[in-house]
Design a protein around this ligand. Structure first.
Ligand SMILES: *Cc1c(COP(=O)(O)O)cnc(C)c1O
Length: 397
């Protein structure tokens, strides 16, 4: 007998759960793309998008996923032959580096492994050694969704400043924006990239590149920028169509507007606090299950853990068996383990991930944790008792 009836639930680290109000806002007939509500909404949305990222700077819109935002940031700031320092703490830093290399950028990667964040002393030393300032940009992921490591971005800015290095600081907040604290201006981030399908709770298809005046100067000094990716026309459009370099993603904009309404009503700091509370419940459950058993949080130091996604290490094929049981017997989809230990694309057997980002409340989270615990019992996988009780305590702590 299968228990997999009722509403299926996706607990992967993006796309996250789409709020009803977002889906309902998108369920409408075609709209006028030349004037009226859509045009006003697309322009006025900038203000809330900037509030979410805590910046008074600019934000360029793209019809794209996160990879598109990566490419856009590079296209506006780095030419073929320019040098960039890319910091990797998992698969996503490496992915951004590959995109830069494909555009001819000379990438130097500092790989800090899969369980500890960027080593800022090493980064500072590397920047100090670059006395003729060949490195034009430092690229770092805020939260790496494969390892669930969160990097210290103010600390990274401090490392650049201590080395008196002028490279642009570019940060990937695709998994962290509107989940984890992020202060673009106060932290001195020059360029930030994100997508709409994680903390912004909107079906995949919109990407954003935020940039400050310093980054814009670099853009203006570029010998050429592809007209499609150029952030200049997108942020200073004379005609509405230039905002997206073509037809606007009409329905996505309605969806995103509804998502921003939810974030604004809750307040961005309350959003961050809710994520912290939910994440601590996940950690408590996993730590309890893992006492004396083969289940453990990938990131041991709580200060280095993301509050939007959690990567869990197991042994053998425990992770894939557990995911399969949850999916087929209980309608719960968990995140696969992305390849972080070696060249494989996936570590499906020994890793799994829980997405706890965006539109999430205790029934959704406790349902997820309770279903995982049920799966552990169903499969006879040894685990510590009382994980759910610890999670409940964390939620009210
Ligand atoms: C999801 C994600 C990406 C990739 O986004 P796509 O929309 O799949 O292209 C990049 N970086 C991070 C940190 C992510 O979480």
């Amino acid at each position: 007998m299968s228990l997999a009836h009722g509403r299926p639930f996706l607990a992967i680290p993006g796309p996250s759960v789409f709020p009803e109000s977002v889906l309902q806002a998108m369920n409408r007939p075609e709209v006028n793309i030349y004037e009226g509500e859509l045009v006003d909404m697309a322009f006025s949305m900038r203000e809330d998008l900037c509030k979410v990222a805590r910046t008074d700077g600019n934000v360029a819109y793209y019809i794209a996923n996160g990879h598109g935002a990566w490419e856009a940031a590079i296209a506006n700031t780095l030419s073929a032959g320019d040098h960039a320092l890319v910091l990797a703490t998992g698969r996503f830093g490496k992915g951004w580096a590959l995109m830069a290399e494909a555009l001819g950028v000379k990438v130097e990667m500092m790989d800090f492994g899969n369980a500890t964040p960027n080593d800022l002393a090493q980064v500072e030393a590397r920047l100090r050694a670059d006395t003729d300032h060949r490195i034009k940009a430092v690229l770092s992921v805020h939260t790496d969704t494969s390892t669930s490591l969160r990097n210290d971005i103010p600390g990274l800015r401090a490392a650049l400043d201590a080395a008196k290095h002028p490279a642009l600081l570019q940060v990937d907040c695709i998994a962290s924006l509107a989940c984890e604290p992020f202060e673009m201006d106060a932290w001195g981030v020059d360029v930030m990239v994100t997508g709409c399908q994680k903390g912004l709770m909107t079906p995949p298809g919109l990407a954003f590149v935020y940039f400050n005046a310093r980054a814009d100067q670099v853009r203006n000094a570029m010998p050429r920028v592809s007209s499609y990716w150029d952030w200049r026309t997108r942020t200073r459009p004379e005609l509405f169509y230039q905002l997206f370099c073509g037809t606007a993603p009409t329905h996505h904009l309605y969806g995103l507007r509804a998502a921003l309404d939810l974030i604004m009503a809750e307040g961005i700091e309350a959003v961050w606090q809710r994520h912290t509370r939910m994440a601590s419940a996940v950690w408590c459950a996993v730590e309890t299950w893992g006492e004396g058993n083969a289940l453990a949080l990938n990131v041991t130091n709580p200060k280095h853990r993301s509050t939007a996604v959690t990567t869990i290490r197991t042994e053998g094929d425990i992770a894939s068996r557990l995911r399969k049981w949850c999916e087929t017997e209980a309608s719960l989809t968990l995140g696969i383990g992305l390849g972080i230990d070696d060249a494989r694309a996936q570590n499906a057997g020994e890793l799994f991930r829980i997405g706890h980002m965006g539109y999430l409340n205790p029934p959704m989270l406790m349902g997820t944790l309770g279903t995982i615990e049920t799966g552990l019992k169903a499969l006879g996988i040894p685990h510590g008792k009382g994980g759910l009780e610890r999670a409940a305590e964390a939620l009210v702590a």
